[in-house]
Structures are given as structure tokens and as C-alpha cells.
Design a protein around this ligand. Structure first.
Ligand code: PMT
Length: 334
């Protein structure tokens, strides 16, 4: 079957069928589907007006062996996704947080991967009978704890982990399909850094590749032959996701001359709602919004506030400083 076209956009059903039939579905998929279904039904029944966002976060891996010892990784600590999830929760959304296992999580991110060991936030009480939070951290920790407990007690946050790019794709397709009943109150916020290349299951080594044997190169060189990961964003937009839902993708580049054109290309190709572009070196302080109304809008955190991490969602909810459209990047000028 050749690609079929919806609203002038091609959806490659062949690629989708081949990918999902020839690669193994993740072991945790059935359990994740049950948890997601329960979460969605709970909110549909108890808060029918509530918006539900799927935030994807962290980088996918590409294993080189089925019993994996080595893998290729994609850059992402999960800061964007975890921080954005907190802002979505603050704005009243319920959040499905599809994240790379052990990457940053909403709320715990303030302590888990910090330069301090988490034990540095604590000390023994004066009488030596208890362990307490050090005085200088108490105010912030109380605030974070209250927000975390609110989200937890109200079942507003569902954490679902992935590791490999294959797991990510299965989870994304299944969650988008389960979100169908949410309709236009569904939002997709795709901040994960998804590998563009992978090794299909039928070409993957079962056991640890031995350094003495060599693979495809001369002598003991290891030559890796990767296939492209099919671009499923159009399938997500035009087939998996509920009609009328909002879809936001991210574009990461390292060459500033490519960022805007690549983000525009993605919007044009997939026909979704918004591409948020960011540069590797400046992603914490500035992003560019490329939307269908033809606008290119840069959002920058002023230099004086750059110690705080910036998710980009502040801009979606109107809390970041807005600078005039198309203003050139000027980190030094602040
Ligand atoms: O986590 P941090 O350290 O804070 O870093 C955040 C970030 C820089 C990783 C994040 O802000 C970001 O830019 N994420 C997207 C990285 C990127 O450019 O991905 P991409 O070009 O491979 O994909 C673009 C979009 O399509 C993404 O939304 C991705 O989730 C999606 N995609 C990609 C490939 C694919 N086969 N299918 C997809 O759906």
C-alpha cells in the first residue's frame, strides 16, 4: 500500500505497519495501557472540562544488542519536559509524563540530579533524635512538596517510563489512541529527543558484541549499519491523536542558521499547531515559536533571571518576557 493523503499530508501506513509488526512491543506496554486508560477515564468522569496533556521527555536509546550492553543515546536530561509538566499542572492540566527512565521528573528534579547530593539538603536535629531539612532549603522544599502532594493526591500526574526508541514509538502510538475520547481537550507536548536512526530487530545481535571478532570493518573495527526511524509525526497528527487536539513539537539544532527553517519545514510537513525551536547551547534561556499564523516569535529569559530553569511553557501560559518578533539572538546584551 502506498502512502495515503489526509488534508494534503501523506501518512505512511506501510512504514507504520512494518515498524510495529517487525519490532517487539515493550514488555510494560499492556501495564502502561491499563494505567493510562484508568487515568483518562478518571478525569473524563470526575472533571470532564479538564485538559489532559501528554508530555514526552528525555532521550531515547538505540540498543546495539538484544541483551543490551551497549547503546547509542540521544541528548536530553529531561529538564524541558519535567519543568514544563510542573507548569502544566499549575495551570490545571492532568499530565501523562512519558519519560526516559531515570531522567528528570516533575518536582523531584529539584533535588534528584542536583550538584548537591540529596543528603546535603538534610542534617541531624540539634537533639540528635531526628533528621530534618536544613533551614536554608525548607521554604522551597515545603512549596515543592505541597505541589507534588497536590498532584499526587488528586491523581493529576501519571509517570510512564521508556528507554529505547522502539519502546517510545509503541508507547506514543498507544497513548495517543487511548486519548481519543478527550478530543479537543488533549494536548501533545513532544519534548523528547527521539533518535532518527535505529537497528531493526531482525538485524540486531542477540549477545554482547565481542571486541575480538570485528563486525563489517577491517580487523576489529565495529561498523554499525543503522536504518532511519520512520517519521511518525504525521501519523500522530492525522491518525493517532484525537481530532481537534493541539500538537506541539520541538526542534533542536546546533547550527543557528538552520533552526528557524527546520522548524518551519516541520510545521509545513506535519501540519500541526506549533514548533518550538531551541539551540543546544542556549535552550535554557531562549526558544523560538513557529506557528501556523506565520509568526516567528522569540521568547527570552532576561539575563538577570537565568539561574532559574526555563521550560518554554512559561511562554505558552504568558509568564515569560516577550521580545519583538524576529529579534536576533543576543545573549551578551541580555
Ligand atoms: O531535556 P533537556 O536537556 O532540557 O533538553 C530539551 C530538548 C533540547 C531535548 C528539547 O527542548 C527538544 O528540543 N526536543 C526535541 C529534539 C529534536 O529536535 O527532536 P527531533 O528533531 O528528532 O524531533 C522533532 C519532534 O518530532 C520531536 O517533538 C520528537 O518528539 C518528534 N519525533 C521525532 C522523530 C520521530 N521519528 N518521531 C517523532 O515523533
Amino acid at each position: 500500500m502506498s502512502p495515503h493523503t489526509t488534508n494534503g499530508v501523506s501518512i505512511n501506513e506501510d512504514a507504520e505497519n512494518t515498524y510495529f509488526q517487525t519490532n517487539p512491543s515493550p514488555k510494560a506496554l499492556t501495564k502502561h495501557q491499563a494505567l493510562a486508560l484508568e487515568f483518562i477515564q478518571y478525569h473524563l468522569e470526575n472533571a470532564p472540562d479538564r485538559r489532559i496533556v501528554l508530555v514526552t521527555s528525555g532521550g531515547t536509546t538505540v540498543p546495539l544488542e538484544n541483551q543490551t550492553v551497549r547503546f547509542i543515546d540521544n541528548f536530553s536530561a529531561g529538564t524541558r519536559g519535567a519543568t514544563s509538566a510542573e507548569y502544566f499542572l499549575q495551570e490545571g492540566y492532568a499530565v501523562i509524563f512519558l519519560h526516559r527512565q531515570f531522567s528528570l521528573l516533575p518536582y523531584s528534579r529539584h533535588y534528584s540530579h542536583s550538584t548537591n547530593c540529596f543528603l546535603d539538603f538534610m542534617e541531624e536535629s540539634e537533639d540528635g533524635e531526628r533528621v530534618v531539612v536544613r533551614k536554608e532549603y525548607q521554604e522551597k522544599m515545603r512549596r515543592v512538596l505541597q505541589q507534588y502532594q497536590y498532584a499526587k493526591n488528586n491523581r493529576l500526574l501519571l509517570l510512564l517510563p521508556f528507554t529505547t526508541v522502539i519502546e517510545y514509538m509503541f508507547e506514543l502510538r498507544s497513548l495517543a489512541t487511548l486519548m481519543q475520547p478527550i478530543g479537543s481537550r488533549a494536548l501533545f507536548y513532544l519534548a523528547a529527543a527521539v533518535s532518527d536512526f535505529f537497528i531493526p530487530r531482525d538485524r540486531m545481535e542477540e549477545h554482547k558484541i565481542q571486541s575480538r571478532e570485528g563486525r563489517g570493518g577491517s580487523g576489529r573495527q565495529l561498523v554499525i549499519n543503522l536504518d532511519p526511524v520512520p517519521k511518525f509525526l504525521s501519523n500522530l497528527v492525522h491518525s493517532w491523536a484525537p481530532k481537534g487536539s493541539m500538537i506541539v513539537s520541538f526542534k533542536l539544532e546546533t547550527d543557528p542558521s538552520l533552526l528557524v527553517s527546520k522548524a518551519e519545514q516541520a510545521l509545513d510537513r506535519y501540519q500541526h499547531d506549533l514548533v518550538i525551536g531551541n539551540m543546544l547551547m542556549t535552550r535554557k534561556w531562549e526558544v523560538v515559536f513557529i506557528s501556523r499564523d506565520g509568526g516567528e516569535r522569540w521568547i527570552r529569559v532576561p539575563k538577570t533571571r537565568r539561574s532559574k530553569s526555563f521550560s518554554g511553557i512559561e511562554a505558552l501560559v504568558g509568564k515569560a518576557e516577550r521580545k519583538p518578533d524576529s529579534e536576533p539572538v543576543d545573549l551578551e546584551g541580555g
